[in-house]
Design a protein around this ligand. Sequence first.
Ligand SMILES: Cc1cc2nc3c(=O)[nH]c(=O)nc-3n(C[C@H](O)[C@H](O)[C@H](O)COP(=O)(O)O)c2cc1C
Length: 222
Amino acid sequence: MTVENALRHRKSCRAFLDSSVDRKLLRTIIEQASRAPSNGNLQPWQLFILTGDPLASLKATTRDAIAQNQPLSTPEYAVYPKPLKTEFDARRFAIGEDMYRVLGIAREDKARRRAQFAKNALMFNAPVGVFAYIDRSLSYGQWMDLGMFLQSLMLLCEDHGLASCAQGYWTFFHDNVRAATGAPDDLMLACGVAIGFEDTEAPINQVQSARASIDEFATFID
Ligand SMILES: Cc1cc2nc3c(=O)[nH]c(=O)nc-3n(C[C@H](O)[C@H](O)[C@H](O)COP(=O)(O)O)c2cc1C
């Protein structure tokens, strides 16, 4: 697969098949993703990869917490600033609306919207949960590096017929994730990444996220 095709075909998968992912393949693509560049070659990514019973248990604990309306943890970092500038807020609103439109869920149907959102807790049925941490002493530069690692990982997934979905959602459950991963306190949870095989029959996977036109974000100066 060319890089162009991997980029074109990667999307956030929100319904996975039950099929498990080969352990050796998983290790290989995670190792390959570490070829991602990083400022000063710091390689600041720290991953915990959960499968099988440990992942099932984290999903169940999180699902139960939601069902019981337990308060969410305060994320360890602000995923979005408050307030979000209008142009960004509009994009965030649009992807939500695109998803609910594909699913035929009306704006006023809060119960179904909540139920769809809650599928995050089950990692959309993915058999692999990658939890990406970063040392909390690190700065913006290293967060960029972590992003490059994660995109490399998701493109490698694509190359091997695997689907993925990055999930900032888990920052609201960082305590649960820490209990499941045993991550030391000097690490901060950046996000989760669900990995598995796409359920191509699931309507949610038909969502096509929009992109701003190049002229909105690139200025060529000759
Ligand atoms: C760091 C990060 C966190 C994300 N968190 C979530 C999440 O918690 N739940 C979700 O359904 N999608 C999540 N997404 C997916 C974005 O909504 C998605 O990337 C965006 O809408 C563009 O769509 P695409 O990935 O299909 O191209 C996340 C993406 C990134 C990069």
